[in-house]
Write a protein that binds this ligand. Structure first.
Ligand SMILES: [Zn+2]
Length: 166
């Protein structure tokens, strides 16, 4: 039977079947909400339209797909065997754009946290969400206390968990 659905429709349909709230960003949103964080989503006014914006923390969060954003060293980032060069260039451009957005956000005074999709797989999810919360708390202290910054390590803005690592 011919598949008459557009890609977009199919995606929407599939998401509905699987439950739209299992999307990676929903995992992060639900966790943050349950921990009392308040945020806005998909803010178009900020560079890159961040997935989650925590104004109180001057922090934005992007939940990045490992393939599209070229997650280095990740087992989910594998270039297709055909049209390899095309994909490589495309993903390089995405990565450059990500860096530009991050710089623009920084210039506007925002911290950026990247959460990779692989870090939200069931095996890593708990550690990732705890690390995310810790990072937010560190950023909050850095933003709000001069004394704490002395002798405090520079905030690691990527929470830096790679899939498969214990
Ligand atoms: Zn990854």
């Amino acid at each position: 039977m011919a598949d008459k659905m557009t890609k977009e429709q199919r995606h929407r349909c599939m998401s509905r079947i699987k439950g739209w709230d299992t999307k990676p960003e929903m995992l992060v949103r639900r966790y943050l909400h349950s921990r009392g964080y308040r945020y806005r989503v998909n803010m178009r006014r900020l560079p890159g339209t961040p997935d989650i914006v925590l104004r109180k923390y001057k922090t934005v969060i992007f939940i990045n797909g490992c393939f599209w954003h070229g997650h280095g060293g990740c087992r989910y980032f594998v270039l297709p065997k055909s049209n390899t060069q095309y994909w490589q260039e495309k993903i390089e451009r995405n990565k450059e754009r990500d860096i530009e957005k991050r710089i623009q956000l920084r210039l506007l005074g925002w911290h950026t946290i990247i959460v990779w999709e692989c870090e939200l797989k069931p095996k890593n999810r708990h550690t990732t969400l705890l690390a995310l919360e810790q990072t937010l708390n560190k950023i909050f202290l850095l933003n709000n206390s001069v004394e704490v910054t002395a002798g405090y390590p520079v905030v690691e803005e990527s929470i830096g968990i790679v899939a498969g690592k214990e």
